[in-house]
Write a protein that binds this ligand. Structure first.
Ligand code: 13P
Length: 250
């Protein structure tokens, strides 16, 4: 099933103890009476099961922020794709810049994680994005092409993978690319997707990086943008809901 657009995902990152997370999930559940588009949250592992339970029946998707590249084994501290499924997550983010750059995850590793997640039946949100230095030296399109080619899971389809374009310099900074630049990057990603996947024309491409209630509408109106991956602004239910509404969701 191709998800209804816009697709609005909230990545909670390392935020939220149980009380806060349950309150946030509860406040979203109250608003989500009958979803017309796609809404999803990616809470920390520790609260994933509780958030998933709280959101049961609302249509709001729940996913993990990462998974290990192996299905199981002696990997202290890691979480497998099957463990995510076991607590009723249906999706997972792989290749986030905070892991690529903060933890040194390579394209090859991200690709293996994506393949492992797909084997477990999880919708995979594959993140790519250029650094500020790459942006300034006009390497953006080449970097996106290389990251996508290097981390796209073999044989994947539009039903299985969503690509999130997140410029590293826009994540958590309050800065965003010009709308024309977002359009140009999304078009380049689409171009590559059409070579990587049989149904590459249908793969949803999200934008992420400093999306807020006041810029969400114009970003989601950019041709080729299927939705947004929101960090900081997804931690407030009212704000996150207005981002969802800004894209036409009700
Ligand atoms: P911010 O919305 O806080 O910039 O974070 C974006 C992000 O990294 C989502 O995955």
């Amino acid at each position: 099933m191709v998800l209804p657009r816009p697709i609005v995902f909230g990545n909670w990152k390392m935020h939220g103890l149980r009380v806060e997370s349950e309150a946030l999930a509860g406040a979203l559940a109250e608003r989500a009476k009958r979803l017309t588009a796609t809404l999803g949250v990616f809470p920390p592992f520790t609260v994933l099961g509780e958030v998933a339970a709280r959101l049961t029946g609302t249509g709001i998707m729940v996913g993990g922020q990462d998974c290990h590249e192996r299905p199981k084994g002696a990997y202290t501290g890691s979480i497998s794709a099957a463990m995510l499924r076991d607590v009723d997550a249906s999706a997972v983010i792989v290749g986030h810049s905070e892991r690529r750059h903060g933890l040194g995850e390579s394209d090859a590793l991200v690709r293996t994680k994506a393949e492992t997640a797909l084997a477990e039946g999880l919708l995979t949100v594959l993140c790519i994005g250029e650094t500020e230095a790459q942006w300034l030296s006009d390497e953006t399109l080449a970097v996106l092409d290389a990251q996508l080619t290097g981390s796209w899971p073999a044989g994947a389809t539009a039903e299985q993978v969503i690509v999130a374009y997140e410029p590293v310099w826009a994540v958590g900074t309050g800065r965003t690319p010009a709308l024309d630049d977002i359009e140009r990057s999304h078009a380049a990603i689409r171009h590559r997707l059409q070579r990587l996947a049989v149904d590459g024309a249908d793969v949803a491409i999200l934008y992420g990086g400093s999306v807020k209630a006041d810029n969400a509408a114009e970003i989601m109106a950019v041709p080729g943008v299927a939705g947004v991956l929101v960090g900081g602004a997804s931690l407030d239910a009212a704000g996150f809901w207005s981002i969802y509404q800004a894209g036409g969701g009700a």
